[in-house]
Design a protein around this ligand. Structure first.
Ligand code: HEM
Length: 357
């Protein structure tokens, strides 16, 4: 293959990591998970329970041999089964002896939380006939594909952004890292527009969303897969969040950070360590460089361009839910307004600044 044909996606170790996971079936569950949508549809909880019992006994046989990629694949599959039982009002942690213990051991091996996340639902989900779904519907398949495409693009953006060093990177390098973020956000925008067109609010709210309820594991609540776990969390941390004093934002960040995978959490740490906990926004305020200000403003505009259609999708869903409903991450939808408000204020500040030159 010609060199320019190789994309960032193919080169990035963290994406290869998820490609490997998506190929895996460490608990030999392919056929059981293929039957899951039918069982969910008919409410056949006995069969789902049987699959979960088989999963746990298969895990018992391989516990000591399990690799980190096996562990993420196992968490993915256990989450599909456990969340399905929960959807039908059976607490899988109560009904399945050893489930809690197994999830915690797998989490230690995978260095993640003890259940599936937006990454096991999207990036680590196999393609084609091995695709894991709760409902088997085209709408869910489109939804998974949107989540996957956005995660792929944002994974590239967050890796490139975390390489920025205020001491060592040139203005051009910092700007092109910001442009990469804008590119990633544009993919997320296309994905949400596709979801807006192809996934109806009644399907998402009434059929799919009930599979993303919190699970209580060892006395702690862990949220189901949700957008707040996506890499926009780490990207914004580096762009403006590290040294931001807003309590609502800080609480939101703290709640969600542990749902990122090990590598994604490391990216924030590495950026923050080498740049003394300073965000790109603060750096740009300090050096007052026209090119960086402009690129930062257009990157924030790309984030804003994702947030408006996403908010429309969320609003359309919340219109048909009771007024005290929360998202999969347990946040009130007002968090979306808050993030939008922050994005708008930063754009305003940067563009005012630009006008002074
Ligand atoms: C189709 C129905 C969807 C609904 C109802 C919805 C709703 C929400 C809600 C309520 C939040 C706030 C956090 C929480 O409590 O979970 C959120 C956050 C988020 N969602 Fe979605 N979402 C949907 C689809 C998507 C899709 C397809 C994507 C990606 C392409 C996505 C990406 C995000 C992101 C990145 C956040 C973090 C907040 C932000 O950065 O603005 N969502 N979503």
């Amino acid at each position: 293959m010609h060199n320019n044909m190789i994309t960032h996606e193919q080169l990035l170790p963290s994406i290869q990591f998820y490609n490997v996971i998506s190929e895996k079936d460490p608990l030999s569950l392919d056929s059981y998970i293929a039957a899951l949508p039918e069982q969910n549809l008919s409410g056949d909880t006995d069969s789902i329970q049987l699959s979960l019992d088989i999963a746990i006994s298969n895990y018992d046989e391989i516990t000591d041999k399990i690799t980190d990629t096996d562990a993420v694949a196992a968490l993915r599959d256990l989450d599909f089964l456990a969340s399905s039982l929960l959807r039908h009002n059976i607490d899988p942690l109560q009904s399945t002896k050893k489930l809690g213990h197994s999830l915690v051991r797998l989490a230690l091996r995978a260095q993640t939380i003890p259940r599936g996340t937006v990454y096991t639902y999207g990036l680590a989900n196999p393609a084609n006939d091995r695709l894991r779904t709760f409902t088997g519907s085209n709408e869910e398949k489109r939804f998974i594909s949107a989540v996957k495409q956005s995660s792929l693009a944002l994974e590239v953006s967050s890796n490139i952004l975390s390489d920025v060093s205020f001491e060592k990177s040139s203005v051009i390098e910092i700007s092109s890292a910001l442009e990469e973020v804008a590119r990633g956000c544009n993919v997320a925008t296309q994905s949400i527009v596709d979801v807006h067109r192809s996934v109806s609010p009644s399907f998402f709210t009434n059929i799919l969303r009930p599979y993303f309820e919190p699970l209580t594991i060892n006395g702690r609540q862990f949220m189901g897969a949700g957008g707040a776990q996506m890499q926009l969390l780490s990207i914004e941390r580096m762009i403006w969040g590290l040294d931001n004093k807003d309590d609502v934002y800080q609480d939101y960040f703290t709640e969600n950070i542990e749902y990122l995978d090990f590598n994604q959490r490391q990216l924030i740490q590495s950026f923050s360590r080498k740049n003394n906990d300073t965000s790109i926004l603060t750096f740009s305020r300090n050096i007052n460089n026209l090119v960086i200000n402009e690129t930062l403003a257009s990157t924030l505009k790309a984030i804003r361009k994702f947030r408006y259609p996403h908010k429309r999708v969320a609003d359309n869903n919340f219109k048909i839910r009771s007024h005290d409903s929360v998202g999969s991450g347990s946040f009130k939808p007002t968090i979306l307004d808050h993030l939008l408000f922050k994005t708008e204020s930063m754009i305003e500040e940067l563009t005012e600044h630009e006008n002074k030159f």
